[in-house]
Each structure stands twice: as C-alpha cells, then as structure tokens.
Design a protein around this ligand. Structure first.
Ligand SMILES: NC(=O)c1ccc[n+]([C@@H]2O[C@H](COP(=O)([O-])OP(=O)(O)OC[C@H]3O[C@@H](n4cnc5c(N)ncnc54)[C@H](OP(=O)(O)O)[C@@H]3O)[C@@H](O)[C@H]2O)c1
Length: 271
C-alpha cells in the first residue's frame, strides 16, 4: 500500500489516479475531508502531528511525502513503524540552489537521506499551475500581474511530477537519486499569460509588478525567507535555475509537458 500525502493537491491528485490505475492500493492523506476516487482510502491527518499519522501508515510499503509540518524525523519514524520501506520526497529546486532560503525542504531532504529507508528526492522548479493565481483576474477581464515579466524559467507541469513520482514509487532503479524536474523550455511570465490567452482564444493583458509589489503580495501566503528565495529565483536566476533538466525525460522516456500544453488542458479554470 502506498500513502500519498498532499493527495488533494496539484501533484497528489493525479498521482493517486495514476497509482490506482496501475493497480496499487492507495491511502490518500490531507488535513481536510475529501471525496477520494473509487477504491482509495482517505485519511484526514496533519503532517504537523506525526502521532496522528499512525492510522494512515499502518500496513504501508511506500510513502509520497510533502514538505509540511515541523518534524520530518518524527514523520519518518512513524512511517517506518507502520511498515514503510520506501519514501519519495517532493522537495524543491531551491533546496539545492538556495538552501539558505529553502531551509525547510533542505531539512526534510537531510532527514530522508539519513532515514535508512529507500529514498528518492524530487526537486521541481516553479509549477505551471502557479498560473491559477491569475484565474480570477482573467475571468474578470483584468490584466494579470507578476514581477520580472521578461525573465524566462523552465516551469514544470504538476502532471509530470506526479508521473515521475508514480514511476519511482513503483519501480526499482531510482533509490538514492535526486531528480531535478523542469519543463521543456524557459517561458517568461509575459509568454505564459499569452499562452493562456491563446488557449482561451482571447488575449490576456500582462502588467509587470515591481519587486516590492510582488513581495508584499507573496508575504500574504509564504514565509518571509521563502519569499526572498523565490524573488531571487524569479529575478536573478542562476545557471542551475535556468537549465532545462533532462530528468523528466530520463524517467518517463518522453519530453516534459510545456506551459502551453498545461494551459490548454486547464483552460476551463480561466473562463
Ligand atoms: N508551487 C510551486 O511552484 C512549487 C515549487 C516547488 C515545490 N513545491 C512543493 O510542492 C508541494 C505540493 O504542491 P501542490 O501544488 O500539489 O500543492 P497544493 O495544490 O497546494 O496541495 C497541497 C496538498 O497538501 C495537503 N496539505 C497541506 N499541508 C498539509 C499538512 N500539514 N498535512 C497534511 N496534508 C497537507 C493539502 O490538503 P489540505 O490543505 O486539506 O491538508 C493538499 O492536498 C508544495 O507544498 C511545495 O512544497 C511547489
């Protein structure tokens, strides 16, 4: 049985669907109640309360772990006690390129590497699905706002992250590996807005935010340290952050999905 934390999210939802379609038994975990797909057990639990994870982990072989909660060691101990032998961690590119800002994912990576479990670490860059933050403005016919409008990054499709996770959870040959997950090409925020416009068949206007405007907005939903790290990646990306990684293609045997592809599949969210 495979436990998927973050099971109702952009990555977790398609991951649960893929594992179920492959015939795996799945326990889906999130804090809020959710209606799981047929045949999937859902357990409400908080990664910030490792003692409360016992029911989810009982009888599990493998764990897809989100960076959430304060004590990765306690989460991994509870997982091992339940029977888990393999863990796949959804970390973040920043844990590798800017660990001084991304201390939380870096601490989860350390704990996973020291756990004695079979581990694989996934380090995605920014997700295509961060563009959902523009949905309300687009539906209202307003311009979408983002900083650094002409700096392109190779954002990644959460569906590709889920597919890579499904493979490394189920197949051997990925233990002890850290995979950098990106899309197939760099795209700027201005180009991403245009791609949503193309999917809608109606142009989407783009308004560049100043760094300070973006910072103030991001502080509403991210810790300050992560805001600083994210602004640095968006505004002054390093070579490593600009690079298109070969890892999605290495694991899946096909190129990663583009932002335009994501926009086409998710266009209903912007109507
Ligand atoms: N977005 C990016 O650009 C980006 C880049 C690199 C890495 N990441 C990482 O990827 C992760 C997953 O992204 P996503 O887009 O799939 O997230 P998402 O759509 O926001 O979903 C988060 C999922 O995790 C659950 N969850 C959150 N906190 C939890 C907790 N303390 N205990 C148990 N479940 C919890 C949520 O359900 P409930 O709220 O009901 O618990 C939901 O199922 C992020 O959390 C982040 O660490 C994101």
């Amino acid at each position: 049985m495979i436990v998927v934390t973050g099971a109702t999210g952009n990555v977790g939802r398609p991951l649960v669907a893929l594992l179920t379609a492959a015939g795996e038994r799945v326990t889906a975990v999130s804090r809020r109640a959710a209606e799981p797909p047929r045949g999937v057990r859902h357990v409400r639990a908080d990664l910030d309360d490792p003692a409360g994870l016992k029911d989810a982990f009982d009888g599990a072989d493998a764990l897809f772990l989100l960076v959430a909660g304060q004590d990765p060691q306690a989460i991994l101990d509870a997982a091992r006690a339940g029977g888990v032998r393999r863990v796949v961690l959804l970390s973040s590119q920043g844990a590798g390129t800017r660990p001084e800002f991304y201390r939380h994912p870096a601490a989860f990576e350390d704990a996973v590497r020291r756990s004695g479990l079979e581990w694989t670490i996934l380090r995605p860059g920014g997700f295509h699905s961060n563009a959902y933050a523009w949905a309300e403005s687009i539906r209202r016919g307003d311009a979408v706002a983002a900083p650094f409008g002409d700096i392109g990054l190779p954002t990644v499709d959460p569906a590709d992250i889920a597919e890579v996770a499904a493979v490394v959870l189920c197949e051997d040959g990925h233990v002890g590996r850290t995979y950098e997950l990106t899309g197939p090409a760099q795209a700027t925020p201005r180009e991403r807005a245009a791609a949503i416009g193309a999917a809608l068949g109606a142009p989407v206007r783009f308004a560049e935010q100043t760094r300070e405007e973006a910072r103030a907005q991001m502080l509403g939903f991210m810790p300050e340290q992560v805001v600083e790290g994210t602004l640095a990646i968006l505004g002054e990306p390093t070579e490593a952050e600009l690079r298109v990684s070969p890892d999605v293609e290495r694991v899946l045997g096909r190129a990663p999905l583009s932002f335009a592809d994501w926009a086409g599949r998710n266009v209903a969210a912007f109507r």
